[in-house]
Design a binder for this molecule. Structure first.
Ligand SMILES: *Cc1c(COP(=O)(O)O)cnc(C)c1O
Length: 216
């Protein structure tokens, strides 16, 4: 497993308009630095405490993305530095992020997570709820919804995965004209990023294909 090589190969493989978020959750700083040396500056974590610890000890030109489910009471720990929060799935969370953004005199970029998978376990808004959240977010000064995020069902069925990504892309295209701040469509992981890119993703979140399998 050569992390620098994996990073370089992946960056060469994906189209230029697609941003790579290297998902470094559970991985030690040393391995993150191997991807960093290969030029990667955008990393994704799913636990706030872990991301804060890594932010404090790693180079400051890294952009940290929170890709996991966020508890409102922990937003304050990442509010000073987080670059993009992917998994926003409630109005309560929008309010808290806005409040913490104000505390730190910044506007925090967010993505609304939509529930596109068949599994009931995955978080996210329905389309109607997302629209309501999008309208609500426009009243908030210290938060900006810059796009949407979704996770497909964990299945071997490629057609199903493609259909789910397509649905999110259609929703994105339908509302982007009314909400021009919507620029980012975050979909695709190690197992399904080629399908996601084919369906219009412009941000992929890839962990195991870069860093190897995780031992939880
Ligand atoms: C862990 C995780 C990923 C990366 O998963 P891989 O299959 O290792 O690429 C992407 N998105 C989210 C939300 C994750 O939690």
């Amino acid at each position: 497993m050569n992390i620098a090589e994996n990073t370089t190969t992946l960056l060469q493989e994906i189209p230029e308009h697609v941003q790579l978020v290297a998902v470094s959750k559970t991985k030690p700083n040393k391995q993150i630095m191997e991807a960093y040396q290969a030029g990667q500056r955008v990393f994704g974590e799913n636990k706030i405490q872990e991301m804060v610890a890594k932010y404090e000890s790693l180079p400051k030109d890294i952009q940290w993305h929170m890709i996991g489910h966020v508890q409102s009471n922990k937003v304050k720990y990442m509010a000073p530095f987080v670059h993009l929060i992917h998994g926003v799935d409630s109005l309560k969370l929008l309010k808290e992020i806005n409040k913490q953004g104000a505390q730190h005199h910044r506007c925090i970029d967010c993505l609304l997570q939509l529930h596109i998978a068949q599994e009931s376990s995955k978080f996210g808004f329905s389309e109607a709820e997302a629209l309501e959240a999008l309208s609500f977010s426009q009243t908030l000064e210290n938060l900006k919804v810059v796009g949407l995020m979704g996770m497909a069902t964990f299945t071997e069925d490629q057609d199903q995965i493609s259909r789910e990504f397509k649905r999110l892309k259609n929703f994105f295209d339908k509302f982007a004209p009314d909400f021009p701040q919507l620029q980012v469509l975050s979909m695709g992981m190690s197992g399904d990023y080629p399908l996601a890119i084919a369906q219009g993703s412009n941000m992929i979140r890839v962990g195991s294909k870069i860093f190897g399998v995780r031992n939880y």
